[in-house]
Write a protein that binds this ligand. Structure first.
Ligand SMILES: C[S@@+](CC[C@H](N)C(=O)[O-])C[C@H]1O[C@@H](n2cnc3c(N)ncnc32)[C@H](O)[C@@H]1O
Length: 268
Protein backbone atom coordinates (compact mmCIF):
# COMPACT_ATOMS: atom_id res chain seq x y z
CA UNK A 1 0.00 0.00 0.00
CA UNK A 2 1.30 3.51 -0.83
CA UNK A 3 1.00 6.74 1.16
CA UNK A 4 -1.66 7.98 -1.26
CA UNK A 5 -3.67 4.77 -1.07
CA UNK A 6 -3.73 4.67 2.71
CA UNK A 7 -4.70 8.36 2.81
CA UNK A 8 -7.70 7.63 0.57
CA UNK A 9 -8.69 4.55 2.57
CA UNK A 10 -8.37 6.36 5.92
CA UNK A 11 -10.41 9.33 4.67
CA UNK A 12 -13.22 7.07 3.45
CA UNK A 13 -13.19 5.13 6.75
CA UNK A 14 -13.40 8.29 8.89
CA UNK A 15 -16.12 9.71 6.65
CA UNK A 16 -18.17 6.55 7.13
CA UNK A 17 -17.69 6.88 10.91
CA UNK A 18 -19.25 10.35 10.86
CA UNK A 19 -16.05 12.34 11.45
CA UNK A 20 -16.66 15.98 10.46
CA UNK A 21 -13.35 16.67 8.64
CA UNK A 22 -12.21 13.20 7.48
CA UNK A 23 -9.57 14.32 4.98
CA UNK A 24 -7.87 16.78 7.31
CA UNK A 25 -7.92 14.33 10.22
CA UNK A 26 -6.56 11.54 8.04
CA UNK A 27 -3.72 13.82 6.94
CA UNK A 28 -2.87 14.80 10.52
CA UNK A 29 -2.94 11.20 11.75
CA UNK A 30 -0.90 9.85 8.83
CA UNK A 31 1.58 12.67 9.24
CA UNK A 32 2.01 11.79 12.90
CA UNK A 33 2.27 8.03 12.34
CA UNK A 34 4.71 8.33 9.43
CA UNK A 35 6.70 11.35 10.65
CA UNK A 36 5.74 13.34 7.55
CA UNK A 37 4.45 16.87 7.09
CA UNK A 38 1.12 17.28 5.33
CA UNK A 39 2.97 18.45 2.19
CA UNK A 40 5.19 15.36 2.26
CA UNK A 41 2.08 13.15 2.25
CA UNK A 42 1.56 14.46 -1.29
CA UNK A 43 5.19 14.61 -2.44
CA UNK A 44 5.60 10.99 -1.23
CA UNK A 45 2.18 9.95 -2.51
CA UNK A 46 3.53 6.92 -4.43
CA UNK A 47 5.95 5.66 -1.76
CA UNK A 48 5.14 2.09 -0.65
CA UNK A 49 4.72 1.70 3.11
CA UNK A 50 6.46 -0.88 5.29
CA UNK A 51 4.16 -3.23 7.24
CA UNK A 52 5.02 -1.48 10.52
CA UNK A 53 4.04 1.90 9.04
CA UNK A 54 0.68 0.56 7.88
CA UNK A 55 0.03 -0.83 11.38
CA UNK A 56 0.95 2.49 13.00
CA UNK A 57 -1.44 4.41 10.72
CA UNK A 58 -4.24 1.87 11.21
CA UNK A 59 -4.02 2.18 15.01
CA UNK A 60 -4.37 5.98 14.98
CA UNK A 61 -7.17 5.90 12.40
CA UNK A 62 -8.97 3.18 14.38
CA UNK A 63 -8.92 5.44 17.47
CA UNK A 64 -10.28 8.37 15.45
CA UNK A 65 -13.00 6.10 14.11
CA UNK A 66 -14.09 5.62 17.75
CA UNK A 67 -14.50 9.42 17.73
CA UNK A 68 -11.53 10.09 20.00
CA UNK A 69 -10.56 13.71 19.25
CA UNK A 70 -7.58 14.13 16.94
CA UNK A 71 -5.66 16.35 19.41
CA UNK A 72 -5.86 13.64 22.10
CA UNK A 73 -4.58 11.06 19.61
CA UNK A 74 -1.71 13.33 18.53
CA UNK A 75 -1.01 14.23 22.18
CA UNK A 76 -0.37 17.87 21.40
CA UNK A 77 -2.17 20.81 19.83
CA UNK A 78 -1.26 24.30 18.69
CA UNK A 79 -2.53 27.32 20.58
CA UNK A 80 -1.31 30.75 19.45
CA UNK A 81 2.52 30.49 19.49
CA UNK A 82 2.59 27.42 21.71
CA UNK A 83 2.34 23.68 21.24
CA UNK A 84 0.53 22.31 24.28
CA UNK A 85 0.42 18.77 25.54
CA UNK A 86 -3.23 17.70 25.55
CA UNK A 87 -4.97 14.65 26.97
CA UNK A 88 -8.20 13.62 28.65
CA UNK A 89 -7.35 15.51 31.84
CA UNK A 90 -8.41 18.86 30.34
CA UNK A 91 -10.35 20.54 27.55
CA UNK A 92 -8.69 20.79 24.13
CA UNK A 93 -7.88 24.48 23.55
CA UNK A 94 -10.18 25.95 20.89
CA UNK A 95 -9.54 28.62 18.22
CA UNK A 96 -12.10 30.98 19.80
CA UNK A 97 -10.04 30.95 23.00
CA UNK A 98 -7.16 32.43 21.01
CA UNK A 99 -9.40 35.49 20.60
CA UNK A 100 -9.83 35.61 24.40
CA UNK A 101 -6.04 35.86 24.73
CA UNK A 102 -5.97 38.51 22.00
CA UNK A 103 -8.38 40.66 24.03
CA UNK A 104 -6.43 40.15 27.27
CA UNK A 105 -3.20 41.25 25.60
CA UNK A 106 -4.88 44.32 24.11
CA UNK A 107 -6.32 45.35 27.49
CA UNK A 108 -3.00 45.16 29.34
CA UNK A 109 -0.94 46.53 26.48
CA UNK A 110 1.23 49.28 27.90
CA UNK A 111 0.97 48.00 31.48
CA UNK A 112 4.50 46.94 32.40
CA UNK A 113 3.72 44.20 34.94
CA UNK A 114 -0.01 43.47 34.95
CA UNK A 115 -1.36 41.03 37.51
CA UNK A 116 -3.50 38.50 35.65
CA UNK A 117 -5.70 35.70 37.03
CA UNK A 118 -7.01 32.84 34.85
CA UNK A 119 -9.92 30.99 36.49
CA UNK A 120 -10.22 27.44 35.13
CA UNK A 121 -6.75 26.99 33.63
CA UNK A 122 -7.36 23.58 31.97
CA UNK A 123 -4.33 22.66 29.85
CA UNK A 124 -2.87 26.09 30.62
CA UNK A 125 -3.76 27.61 27.25
CA UNK A 126 -4.86 31.11 28.27
CA UNK A 127 -2.44 31.53 31.17
CA UNK A 128 0.63 30.27 29.31
CA UNK A 129 -0.10 32.12 26.06
CA UNK A 130 -0.71 35.37 27.99
CA UNK A 131 2.57 35.03 29.89
CA UNK A 132 4.37 34.05 26.68
CA UNK A 133 3.12 37.06 24.74
CA UNK A 134 3.36 39.62 27.56
CA UNK A 135 6.67 38.80 29.25
CA UNK A 136 6.02 41.36 32.02
CA UNK A 137 2.70 39.79 33.02
CA UNK A 138 2.55 38.09 36.41
CA UNK A 139 0.06 35.33 35.74
CA UNK A 140 -1.70 33.23 38.36
CA UNK A 141 -4.03 30.43 37.26
CA UNK A 142 -6.39 28.28 39.29
CA UNK A 143 -8.54 25.25 38.61
CA UNK A 144 -10.85 23.08 40.68
CA UNK A 145 -9.55 19.96 38.91
CA UNK A 146 -6.26 18.48 40.18
CA UNK A 147 -5.96 16.60 36.86
CA UNK A 148 -6.16 19.80 34.82
CA UNK A 149 -3.66 21.49 37.13
CA UNK A 150 -1.22 18.61 36.71
CA UNK A 151 -1.43 18.95 32.91
CA UNK A 152 -1.03 22.75 33.09
CA UNK A 153 2.07 22.26 35.28
CA UNK A 154 3.54 19.83 32.73
CA UNK A 155 2.92 22.35 29.95
CA UNK A 156 4.46 25.21 31.94
CA UNK A 157 7.55 23.09 32.62
CA UNK A 158 7.86 21.86 29.01
CA UNK A 159 7.58 25.41 27.67
CA UNK A 160 9.65 27.05 30.41
CA UNK A 161 6.95 29.63 31.09
CA UNK A 162 6.63 30.96 34.62
CA UNK A 163 3.04 31.10 35.89
CA UNK A 164 1.71 30.42 39.39
CA UNK A 165 -0.62 27.40 39.29
CA UNK A 166 -2.77 26.37 42.24
CA UNK A 167 -6.05 24.79 43.18
CA UNK A 168 -8.75 27.41 43.42
CA UNK A 169 -11.88 28.81 41.88
CA UNK A 170 -14.24 31.70 41.49
CA UNK A 171 -13.56 33.11 44.97
CA UNK A 172 -10.00 33.92 43.83
CA UNK A 173 -11.40 36.55 41.42
CA UNK A 174 -11.70 38.96 44.36
CA UNK A 175 -8.28 40.54 44.68
CA UNK A 176 -5.78 43.01 43.33
CA UNK A 177 -5.88 41.73 39.75
CA UNK A 178 -5.50 44.06 36.79
CA UNK A 179 -7.31 41.48 34.69
CA UNK A 180 -9.34 38.36 35.44
CA UNK A 181 -9.90 36.01 32.51
CA UNK A 182 -11.95 32.85 32.31
CA UNK A 183 -13.28 30.34 29.86
CA UNK A 184 -15.62 28.70 32.36
CA UNK A 185 -17.77 25.67 31.66
CA UNK A 186 -20.86 27.05 29.94
CA UNK A 187 -22.70 24.12 28.34
CA UNK A 188 -26.13 23.83 29.93
CA UNK A 189 -26.94 20.40 31.43
CA UNK A 190 -29.87 20.21 28.98
CA UNK A 191 -27.47 20.65 26.03
CA UNK A 192 -24.99 17.98 27.12
CA UNK A 193 -26.55 14.94 25.45
CA UNK A 194 -26.63 16.71 22.07
CA UNK A 195 -22.88 17.38 22.03
CA UNK A 196 -20.76 15.56 19.46
CA UNK A 197 -19.29 12.26 20.73
CA UNK A 198 -15.78 13.75 20.51
CA UNK A 199 -16.75 16.20 23.24
CA UNK A 200 -19.29 14.25 25.29
CA UNK A 201 -17.39 10.98 25.47
CA UNK A 202 -13.81 12.22 25.68
CA UNK A 203 -13.49 15.67 27.22
CA UNK A 204 -13.95 16.10 31.01
CA UNK A 205 -17.53 16.92 31.94
CA UNK A 206 -16.29 19.31 34.65
CA UNK A 207 -14.68 21.41 31.89
CA UNK A 208 -17.88 21.61 29.87
CA UNK A 209 -21.03 21.83 31.95
CA UNK A 210 -21.82 24.86 34.06
CA UNK A 211 -24.59 27.33 34.67
CA UNK A 212 -24.29 30.97 35.66
CA UNK A 213 -20.51 30.92 36.19
CA UNK A 214 -19.95 34.08 34.10
CA UNK A 215 -22.19 36.09 36.38
CA UNK A 216 -20.78 34.49 39.53
CA UNK A 217 -17.30 35.51 38.46
CA UNK A 218 -18.45 39.00 37.53
CA UNK A 219 -19.89 39.46 41.04
CA UNK A 220 -16.59 38.42 42.65
CA UNK A 221 -14.24 40.66 40.68
CA UNK A 222 -13.41 43.76 42.69
CA UNK A 223 -11.26 45.77 40.27
CA UNK A 224 -9.73 45.84 36.80
CA UNK A 225 -10.79 44.06 33.63
CA UNK A 226 -12.84 40.91 33.29
CA UNK A 227 -12.61 38.92 30.03
CA UNK A 228 -14.98 35.98 29.54
CA UNK A 229 -15.39 33.38 26.83
CA UNK A 230 -19.08 32.63 26.30
CA UNK A 231 -21.07 30.05 24.39
CA UNK A 232 -22.70 30.83 21.06
CA UNK A 233 -25.79 32.96 21.81
CA UNK A 234 -24.78 33.80 25.40
CA UNK A 235 -22.97 37.12 24.73
CA UNK A 236 -25.97 39.52 24.98
CA UNK A 237 -27.08 38.06 28.32
CA UNK A 238 -23.57 38.09 29.82
CA UNK A 239 -22.94 41.65 28.56
CA UNK A 240 -26.22 42.81 30.15
CA UNK A 241 -25.27 41.11 33.42
CA UNK A 242 -21.93 42.95 33.45
CA UNK A 243 -23.63 46.32 32.85
CA UNK A 244 -26.19 45.61 35.58
CA UNK A 245 -23.33 44.85 37.97
CA UNK A 246 -21.79 48.24 37.21
CA UNK A 247 -19.11 47.25 34.72
CA UNK A 248 -18.15 49.89 32.15
CA UNK A 249 -16.67 49.63 28.65
CA UNK A 250 -18.55 46.38 28.13
CA UNK A 251 -17.58 45.02 24.71
CA UNK A 252 -18.38 41.89 22.76
CA UNK A 253 -15.83 40.43 20.32
CA UNK A 254 -16.53 37.91 17.57
CA UNK A 255 -14.40 34.87 16.84
CA UNK A 256 -12.92 34.15 13.40
CA UNK A 257 -16.18 32.48 12.38
CA UNK A 258 -18.06 35.73 13.16
CA UNK A 259 -19.78 34.45 16.32
CA UNK A 260 -19.96 36.59 19.46
CA UNK A 261 -17.71 34.62 21.81
CA UNK A 262 -15.86 37.06 24.10
CA UNK A 263 -17.34 39.55 26.56
CA UNK A 264 -15.20 42.02 28.47
CA UNK A 265 -15.83 44.87 30.88
CA UNK A 266 -14.05 46.95 33.50
CA UNK A 267 -14.98 47.39 37.13
CA UNK A 268 -15.62 51.12 37.45
C1 LIG B 1 -13.86 25.25 29.53
S1 LIG B 1 -12.48 24.65 30.47
C2 LIG B 1 -11.29 25.88 30.02
C3 LIG B 1 -9.88 25.40 30.06
C4 LIG B 1 -8.86 26.38 29.49
N1 LIG B 1 -8.88 27.64 30.19
C5 LIG B 1 -9.12 26.62 28.02
O1 LIG B 1 -9.65 27.68 27.68
O2 LIG B 1 -8.80 25.75 27.18
C6 LIG B 1 -12.99 25.11 32.08
C7 LIG B 1 -12.02 24.75 33.21
O3 LIG B 1 -12.59 25.26 34.43
C8 LIG B 1 -12.44 24.31 35.46
N2 LIG B 1 -13.53 24.56 36.43
C9 LIG B 1 -14.81 24.21 36.35
N3 LIG B 1 -15.51 24.70 37.39
C10 LIG B 1 -14.62 25.39 38.14
C11 LIG B 1 -14.70 26.14 39.34
N4 LIG B 1 -15.86 26.29 39.98
N5 LIG B 1 -13.59 26.70 39.83
C12 LIG B 1 -12.40 26.56 39.19
N6 LIG B 1 -12.25 25.88 38.03
C13 LIG B 1 -13.34 25.31 37.52
C14 LIG B 1 -12.49 22.96 34.80
O4 LIG B 1 -11.80 22.00 35.55
C15 LIG B 1 -11.81 23.27 33.45
O5 LIG B 1 -10.42 22.99 33.50
Amino acid sequence: MTVGEILRTATAFLDAKGVESPRLDAELLLGSALGLTRIQLYTEHDRPLAAGEVDAVRELVRRRGCREPTPYILGEWGFRRLTLKVDGRALIPRPETEVVVERCLALVDGVATPRVLDVGVGSGAIALASADEHPGARVTAVDASPDALALARENAARLGIDVELREGGIADAAGEWDLVVSNPPYVLPSEYDALQPEIREWEPRVALVGTGLHEELARRVTRGWLVLEVGDGQAPGVADALRTLGYVEVTVTRDLAGRERVVEGRRA
